[in-house]
Design a protein around this ligand. Structure first.
Ligand code: OOG
Ligand code: MG
Length: 268
């Protein structure tokens, strides 16, 4: 990301765009990508908008329950036409219990993604965090499925627009079996995604930046650019291992994780 530093939007423009995108999320309607109207906005502006959406939710009493990385696999980067990872936050009401129902009408055009989650026992504070630091600081790894729902028309965006839109975050399911990183071969850990009993995607952990822990390291280093860190206890999703798959009302899904069980849900 070239122009990471520097702002072109005023504080009130950041606030307006945060309200604009958050309303689209809460009321489930599509908007055009914001760089169409603000072509000179910077990456710092984009993150300012995302952090302003987060601040607004916290001010209303929502709790932030985790973080997610996105666009960390070639499958996803190729699918979305964006070639750099991004991050977002997870709010309390994004959580769906394993096997639970997800209301399709509350979302615009949801897709599901097979991911993994790391839960930390120690803080990770960048810059300079590497895979070894992540493995040392990890309490356990567990299965996770993300439901993404870009607020942009037809899921079409560029990196700045998607960052401002909290990286399309909307719901997630976690469960299955927790495991110690020492007992897993995270690169070869296989995932199989089924929708309505049919296999639609398969993949392995190495699809995510060569090693799933590299995604957590990158997140810690990206957060450091804003003076933020990943606290002990943080729940972090590493980004989709395979391409995302669109789901319709009535669909049910199951994702199987090698050695870690299965998780699923239903769109109603
Ligand atoms: C952006 C979010 C991507 C992932 O796991 O790659 C993401 C998008 O594709 O809408 O969550
Ligand atoms: Mg994701």
């Amino acid at each position: 990301m070239a122009d990471v530093k520097g702002k072109s939007l005023s504080k009130s423009q950041v606030e307006e765009l945060a309200i604009h995108l958050e309303n689209a999320e809460l009321q489930a309607y599509e908007v055009t990508k914001i760089t169409d109207d603000f072509p000179s906005m910077t990456y710092e502006d984009a993150f300012d908008i995302q952090w302003e959406i987060r601040r607004r939710k916290e001010e209303r009493g929502n709790k932030i329950v985790g973080m997610k990385m996105g666009l960390t696999s070639w499958a996803k980067m190729a699918q979305m036409g964006v070639e750099h990872p991004c991050y977002g936050f997870l709010a309390d009401y994004f959580t769906v219990p394993d096997g639970g129902e997800i209301k399709h009408d509350e979302l615009i055009h949801p897709k599901i993604e097979a991911e993994l989650a790391f839960v930390l026992k120690d803080e990770l504070k960048g810059p300079g965090i590497h895979i070894g630091d992540v493995l040392r600081a990890t309490d356990f790894v567990m299965p996770a499925v993300e439901v993404i729902d870009s607020r942009y028309k037809d899921f079409k965006f560029d990196l700045k627009s998607v960052i401002a839109d909290n990286s399309s975050s909307s719901r997630f399911v976690t469960g299955g079996r927790m495991a110690d990183v020492a007992d897993l071969d995270l690169k070869t850990l296989g995932v199989v995604m089924e929708i309505n009993g049919e296999v639609v995607q398969t993949g392995a952990g190495a699809a995510v930046l060569g090693h799933p822990a590299a995604s957590v390291a990158m997140l810690a280093n990206m957060l450091a650019e804003r003076g933020e860190s990943l606290k002990a206890g943080s729940f972090i999703m590493i980004g989709a291992i395979t391409a995302a798959v669109q789901v319709n009302k009535g669909d049910n899904f199951t994702v199987h994780y090698q050695g870690l069980g299965s998780i699923g849900g239903k769109f109603v």
